[in-house]
Structure formats: C-alpha cells, structure tokens
Design a protein around this ligand. Structure first.
Ligand code: K7E
Ligand code: CUA
Ligand code: CA
Length: 623
C-alpha cells in the first residue's frame, strides 16, 4: 500500500496512525541515562514513533551537514530535535568561532568567511564507527576539516592544494581511518596561476587522500574528467568516485553530451607503492606527491556507467557499490570482487565489474542500505524513495524473471541524499531512514520567500517504509549520519579538561608571563601589547576592570574555574564586535586593537546565575 500523495495535510497524521503499533514503554539505562527505545514494546499506543517524552534522551545521534551555513549540527533522533550547532567553516558569534585565538588557530590566517559543508563522516575502525572524529568537506573553500567527538569541536582544517571545490568525502574503513578521501569537483589549470585561463582542454582535477590522524595531505591522483561523490570499500583496498563530466565541458550542454560517464576506482596499494618508488611529481609550492591516474594508468580503473552519475554508495555487506544514475533512471551495481579481478588482469573490460543495473525511476541520486539486503534510492525527479532488493536486481541482470522493486514511497519534496541508521558501516541496523529533501513548499508555515529544507524520518524496520515525521532544517543539509547514542554517549565530555590541547597554546603563553590561569587575575604589559588574564566564576569575572591605552593590542584570556556541568560563561565586549564562550574548565582568549577611547563594558552572555546581569566589568581605554 502506498501512502497518499505528498501535500495532503492529512498524510502525516494518517501515517502516524498507521505506524503506531509497537511503541516505546520500557526505558533502557545507558551510561546512567534514560534512553527510550523508540520502537518495539507497546504500552503507549497513542504516541507517534518520533515521540521522545520530556526528560528522556533520544536513542540515536544524527550528525547533519549544515551546507552553505558552513556548520555541522547534532540532532537527536527519532525526535529530530536539533541539539547543537558546531561551527566549522563559518564564524559564529554565539561561541566566538572565528573570533577567539583558539578558533583562529584552527581556521588559519585569512580564513574565508564561510564554507559549504556537504558530507559529515565519522572515523571508523574495521568498518564500525569509533567515536573519535567526524570529517567534513568544504566545497566553497576547498578544505577538509575534522571535528573531535569528545568535545564536539573542530580541531583541524586542512586546505587542499592544487585543486578546487572539495565535494565528495569519505573515510577509510579498514583497518581504520586512516585516510580521508576528498574529491575536487571542478577542473582547473595546473598550476592555477593565470596560465591556460580559457583553454579548458588543459584543465584537470585530482583525487586527494588526507591522513586523518595528522590532517596532512598524503597524496593526490590526477584523473580524467571530474570528480563528484566518493566512497571506499570495507577492506582498505579501494576508493571510488563518480564523474559526471567525462566530456571535460565547461558549460551545461557540454557536460551532458556523452551517453556514459564513469566511476573511477583508485587502487590504494598501487598508489602507495608508486609514491614509495618515487614515481610522483609535485606542483608549484605544494610538497604533496601527485601521481598520474588518467586512462592507461595501472593505478586506476574507469568503469563506464550511464550519463552523469551522482552518489556512490558501498553496501554494508562489503560486497557491492552503486553509482546512482541521475540522468539515467538506473542505479549501476558493481562488485568489489570484480574490481580485484580487473586489477589482477582477469577482466577484459572494466564494464564487466557491473553486476546489476536496476531501473528505479527518475533522478536517482543516492542509495542507502538496511543491512538486510535492501537498498533505498532517492529519486529526485519523481520525489520518491525506491526500496529494492540487491540480490534480486543481480538475478534480474543475469536474465532471471524477478521483481527487485519492493516499494516506492512519496517524499516531500525531491530528495537528495538519504541515510539509514549505521548504513555506512558493518553495523547497519535497518531501523531508520532519513530522506533529506530539497524542497518544503507547502509543508510548513510560510517563512518568507526562503523556505526551509525538509528532512523526513522514515521507519524501515518493517516490510514497508513508513513515514513518521517531518523536520524543517536550515540551509542546507546534503548528507547526514545516524548512530545509536549508546555508541557515543560515554565518549562525550561534559566539561573541559585543563590539559586539553585545544587551548594548550594559550596556557603555554600565559606560563611565559608567569601566570597560573586558574587563579591569577593580572594585567601584563609588554610595550604596545597588553595581556589581561582573568578567571570567571558565577557571577563574577576575576577583574572588575582593566585599563589600556588607545592603540594597544589587547589580549583578554579568561579561564572558567567553575567545574559544574553546563555552567558556561560568555565574554562580550560592547561595541567591539567580540563575544566568546568559556565553558567549565575552559580557557578562551581574544586579541584586538583598543582603537576607541572611553569606557567599554564587558558582560557575560550565557545566563549563568541569578546575578548573571551583574556579571560585568569595564575596559577603560585612555585617549
Ligand atoms: Cu548529493 Cu554534495 Cu552529497 Cu548534495 S551531494 S544532495
Ligand atoms: Cu556568567 Cu552569565
Ligand atoms: Ca556527462
């Protein structure tokens, strides 16, 4: 049975009504916290499946791309409640990202004013999420960033040389991450220094591997065509990318000329061996080893697939990967074992790696898996999700008369990515699917000409996909990952450690001034530089005022000596454009020029105490 068409206002209630069998009652205790299993058990039949009662914790974490907002977000699932925003490539006045010295060390000098973050992926060990890091791409600024999962803060940002617009991003699964694979989408002259400006035949792009531990660029591979999305296997042998512009076109029509483009497979072992043997070059001032993986190279394999493919997704059984057709109504299924065969000289043509090509509907963009042999493909143009069986599709490709298609579910409207809980790991649990839709249209109260996107929560634990909830999201999630909260909850710190590397450099600088940050409240002057050290403890700063001269370069360093969970203070300097967060046991600092004489109040921006409004002091700037 298919649900009513999207747009029907009754649809959500209808679906909820139909989806009620089996709801949470028993609560599990995980890490000393109550988490309600959201399905199974059945003593509150009137509650929808996304219901998480007040005071109860979500059973799953969701890590959501923030798109052109440049941030990453943490959601609780199934409630779809937004729990936190983590600034990465953007500046954020709430916490002082891009303002504090600590964040500016991560962002680097002259950082661009934002970013376009599409793909969050958690580090893995042997194909399981390991809770160390989440890696993300910046298409707008050609960068890769890493977020520490213990404090949920960005700790490294690496600009990728020699290329433009990092789009696809994935992490090595085996033995662990390991490499972070990053696709540069646009073709440019090499080096891009003003030469060959209007000679597109000379443009090129490269596949990049970043070392996830050091965040240094390990190597790059020159490819034919361009690179869109990327994926890797479960054995640590291969990475793979889609290319929609095998034509090397620079305008739309040119990029759609060929009936087939390709996916390109990278043989990691051979690439490493080539670099070890010195068979690489470097470009311009970059020291990154660059190898040639264009047609004819033994490092790569080009598998022709129908016109302008988009997403590429490996199945959690470790056997297959799919390229999603976009301009073709098909998804191309390829087997990793056939890739082995190709590199061992056992295939006549790369196309023989294809084991199925199910026809699903219009505009397939991304595929997710449930770990039970089913795949879920978003159909952008049809505004649907197609559920299909992988083995049946393989059998049908082999000539058997089987129907691989199981269900088509209308979504609202026009999905890009979708994601299943743990679906990109060996632990795929087949519980939740989220459809990340590009249009909300009439589904929410109007918010002006700019509409939110619409993420839809779908229960896939039964035979049929069942729509459970609509959640509006701000511009613009592309991708997300979903994992049970019990996998992470005990790894997340509730307060900072005083020895945390995030502010270690600030602590070391203070030490040079003879300052013990936890107790000293002092002003240190060195020529034109003024260093102001103070503590914060609800509801007081350690210094009620400090005096500087107009033109001084002032560094204010604040250490929050409160150690109670959630007792965060802020430091906002009025009319100076400065605000920063100082969470329990954290040290934050900011440097600015005191260019305006007069009295400037600083005040606490996180409501911390009954006397929070009184938590303030004066900067006195002498003319
Ligand atoms: Cu399909 Cu950037 Cu992953 Cu958008 S990408 S949808
Ligand atoms: Cu400290 Cu408000
Ligand atoms: Ca094309």
């Amino acid at each position: 049975m298919l649900p009513p068409a999207p747009g029907n206002p009754a649809r959500r209630n209808f679906m909820r009504g139909g989806a009620l069998a089996g709801l949470a009652g028993a609560s599990g205790i995980i890490g000393g916290m109550n988490i309600i299993p959201s399905a199974h058990a059945a003593n509150e039949p009137s509650m929808p499946k996304d219901h998480v009662a007040p005071g109860q914790l979500d059973e799953y974490y969701g890590f959501w791309s923030g798109g052109q907002s440049g941030e990453m977000r943490i959601l609780g699932m199934p409630s779809m409640r937004e729990l936190m925003r983590i600034p990465v490539f953007n500046t954020d006045f709430a916490v002082g990202w891009g303002i504090t010295n600590e964040s500016r060390r991560v962002l680097g000098k002259n950082f661009p004013r934002g970013g376009d973050l599409h793909h969050p992926h958690m580090s893995q060990t042997h194909g399981h999420y390991d809770g160390r890091y989440i890696f993300v791409n910046d298409k707008a600024g050609t960068r890769v960033a890493r977020i520490r999962c213990d404090v949920m803060r960005t700790d490294k940002i690496t600009p990728i040389p020699n290329v433009q617009a990092i789009h696809g991003l994935r992490v090595q699964r085996e033995p662990k991450t390991g490499y972070v694979f990053a696709n540069a989408e646009f073709r440019i002259p090499s080096p891009n220094d003003g030469r060959d400006l209007d000679d597109p035949k000379k443009y090129q792009t490269m596949f990049t591997a970043v070392n996830g531990e050091t965040m240094e660029v390990a190597w790059q591979v020159i490819v034919d065509g361009n690179l869109d999305n990327t994926e890797c296997d479960y054995e640590g042998k291969y990475a793979v990318s889609t290319c929609y512009n095998s034509e090397g076109g620079v305008v739309l029509a040119d990029m759609m000329q060929s009936e087939r483009d390709w996916v390109v497979v990278f043989n990691l072992g051979r690439i490493e061996a080539a670099i070890k043997a010195g068979k690489f070059k470097t470009i311009g001032s970059s020291k990154v080893p660059v190898v040639d993986g264009r047609h004819g190279s033994e490092l790569t394999m080009y598998i022709p697939v129908p016109k302008n493919p988009h997403g590429v997704n490996a199945s959690p059984d470790g056997k297959y990967f799919t390229a999603n057709g976009k301009l073709s109504p098909t998804v191309t299924v390829m087997a990793w074992s056939k890739v082995d065969d190709y590199f061992n000289g056992k295939l006549k043509t790369p196309r023989e790696a294809v084991v199925a090509e199910p026809q699903l509907g219009l505009g397939p963009l991304h595929t997710a898996y449930d770990g039970r042999g089913f795949a879920y493909t978003t159909l952008f143009i049809d505004s649907q999700i197609a559920k299909w069986n992988i083995q049946d599709a393989i059998d049908a490709y082999g000539g058997k008369k089987v129907n691989y298609l199981r269900q088509k579910l209308d979504v609202a409207y026009q999905p890009g990515h979708n994601h299943t809980s743990l679906g990109e790991t060996r632990d795929a649990d087949g519980h939740w699917l989220v459809s990340l839709n590009k249009f909300a249209k009439d589904r929410f109260l109007p918010t002006g000409p700019l509409h939110p996107d619409l993420d839809q929560l779908i229960d896939i634990s039964g035979d049929q996909m069942v729509l459970v909830a609509d959640a509006p999201v701000y511009s613009e999630p592309h991708d997300a990952i979903i994992l049970p909260s019990k996998m992470l909850i005990n790894k997340v710190k509730r307060t900072w450690s005083r020895t945390d590397p995030f502010f270690a450099e600030t602590v070391a600088q203070a030490k040079k001034h003879g300052i013990t940050l936890e107790k000293d409240n002092k002003v240190v002057r060195e020529g034109n530089q003024v260093f102001v050290y103070m503590t914060s403890s609800a509801p007081q700063y350690g210094l009620p005022n400090f005096k500087v001269k107009k033109g001084n370069e002032v560094t204010v360093t604040i250490t929050n000596v409160d150690s109670i969970e959630d007792l965060t203070h802020g430091f906002c300097l009025t009319n100076y454009g400065i605000n920063m967060e100082i969470s329990p046991q954290e040290t934050s600092s900011v440097t600015f020029i005191a260019d305006k004489p007069g009295v400037y109040w600083y005040y606490c921006t996180f409501f911390c105490h009954a006397l929070h409004l009184e938590m303030r002091g004066r900067m006195l700037v002498e003319a």
